[in-house]
Design a protein around this ligand. Structure first.
Ligand SMILES: Cc1cc2nc3c(=O)[nH]c(=O)nc-3n(C[C@H](O)[C@H](O)[C@H](O)COP(=O)(O)O)c2cc1C
Length: 183
């Protein structure tokens, strides 16, 4: 059994909905899941510690798209992890990234690449979404080869589509499969 850290920030609930889909898929497959946020926004939030990173066997990391980049709350946390980086404690752990944006072409792919950068610096094994996930070709909203995305609309009212949910489930399944192989 592998421990997967699902680590996210969400202000309006879209990234949280994606994190919950990923966590539920992992739970259903028998993973030990740690669902963590960067800051305490809601009573049920559990704020991440560096120990969560060190102890996980795989990471799913998501934030909203903020001007084509990760949310500041996440960047602030990653900037506290240089001791973990110096010790190489995340090297060879598999990881994937996910994001939500207001608009379809508003920079969510750029954000996924931005989310990937600290993970690559830490030596993690970055995983995208392969094209054997058929929804990648049929989606009319979120879903990219760099990771799962959701298009929330200007008022954040759009729920995850069935296609977006399936892509979240596919990345969670792939992450857990690879994490177990790398144990
Ligand atoms: C400061 C700020 C910057 C944003 N930048 C973008 C952007 O570049 N492109 C975009 O499509 N949406 C942008 N948004 C909208 C969020 O990405 C969008 O509302 C997202 O779905 C929120 O996710 P959440 O519900 O998990 O908070 C921005 C929102 C804020 C507050």
């Amino acid at each position: 059994m592998a421990t997967i850290l699902v680590l996210y920030h969400s202000s309006h609930g879209s990234v949280e909905a994606m994190a919950n889909e990923i966590a539920e898929t992992l739970n259903a497959q028998g993973a030990t899941v740690r669902l963590r946020t960067f800051v305490q926004r809601q009573p049920h939030d559990i704020v991440v510690t560096k120990q969560d990173l060190i102890e996980c066997d795989g990471l799913a990391f998501g934030t909203p798209t903020r001007f084509g980049m990760m949310a500041a709350q996440a960047k602030t946390f990653w900037e506290t992890t240089s001791d973990v980086w110096l010790k190489g404690q995340l090297i060879d752990k598999p990881a994937c990234v996910f994001s939500s944006s207001s608009s379809m072409h508003g920079g969510n792919e750029a954000t996924l690449l931005n989310l990937s950068l600290p993970l690559l610096h830490h030596g993690m094994v970055l995983m995208g979404v392969p094209y054997d996930v058929p929804e990648l070709l049929s989606t009319e909203s979120g879903g990219t080869p760099y990771g799962a995305t959701h298009v929330a609309g200007l008022d954040n009212s759009a729920q995850l589509t069935e296609t977006e949910v399936r892509i979240c489930r596919a990345v969670a399944t792939r992450l857990y499969t690879v994490a177990k192989k790398l144990l």
